[in-house]
Design a protein around this ligand. Structure first.
Ligand SMILES: [Zn+2]
Length: 253
């Protein structure tokens, strides 16, 4: 997971929110089921804001239309936030429907918002909001090289309780993703580091520094898939001794 820089609310969402909330309050007063619709246009806004990637696993998606608008605070329990821009994200099918679903664990469940209360109130969520400008997912979740059934795997671990619970709730260590992470490291990250290691063998400082810059640009651009994974893999595959010798650093993401 990587930090998402939230863009301003699209102008169409305000009128939709007013209209949908009026209908939702009416439905609740009659004991009817709430209709959660009206996301057609904002889905594209979210898709572009997130560089066409899932907000949780950073998997690239071809198109927005077959995927989901994710409600950070689930709409089933926080219906009054169902059209609030800051509560909306774009997520892949697997993270949203197969894993997170309506889960939203809190440090203290009794502090849960009451109906129509604005967040955060006294809530301390245990799921990270990647669009929260006050937190850095890289400081909460770290990818480590591990062995799973005899194979090298890059596995996410929580650096904090929030990080650990986010991995569990969103299924960020599910087998299909572990395979995708391995493929990414072997077919995308390692080839980008080969020029650096060759230059290092020759002791060519300038070429090492250039290769590091190119690798960073190629792997850590906001539009790149699995950027958080690439960030941590760079720190593992290029050991501290090499980074110190050539003054190689990673810019803040
Ligand atoms: Zn996902």
């Amino acid at each position: 997971m990587i930090r998402i820089h939230r863009t301003p609310e699209p102008p169409t969402l305000g009128p939709t929110r007013t209209e949908r909330l009026t209908a939702a309050r009416r439905a609740r007063s009659k004991g009817c089921k709430l209709e959660f619709e009206g996301y057609g246009e904002v889905k594209e806004n979210l898709f572009e804001m997130q560089h066409r990637k899932c907000c949780y696993c950073e998997k690239l998606e071809e198109q927005a239309k077959y995927r989901d608008v994710e409600h950070y605070r689930p709409k089933a329990n926080y219906w009054w936030l169902a059209w609030t821009w800051e509560n909306l994200l774009f997520a892949c099918f697997e993270c949203n429907r197969e894993h997170k679903r309506d889960q939203f664990p809190l440090v203290d469940e009794s502090a849960c918002l009451t109906a129509e209360q604005a967040p955060p109130g006294n809530e301390q969520p245990l799921v990270l909001d990647p669009s929260d400008s006050n937190l850095d997912p890289l400081a909460e979740i770290e990818y480590r090289r591990d062995k799973v059934q005899g194979k090298e795997r890059w596995v996410p671990y929580g650096r904090t309780l929030r990080g650990t619970r986010t991995i569990e709730v969103c299924g960020l260590d599910r087998p299909a993703l572990l395979t995708r992470y391995s493929d990414h490291v072997n077919h995308v990250v390692r080839p980008k580091l080969e020029p650096l290691f060759r230059a290092e063998e020759r002791g060519d400082t300038r070429a090492v520094v250039d290769a590091w810059s190119r690798a960073k640009r190629g792997l850590l651009h906001p539009a790149r898939e699995f950027r958080a994974l690439s960030h941590d893999v760079l720190l593992v595959l290029v050991p501290p001794s090499v980074r110190q010798r050539y003054h190689l650093s990673l810019d803040p993401t």
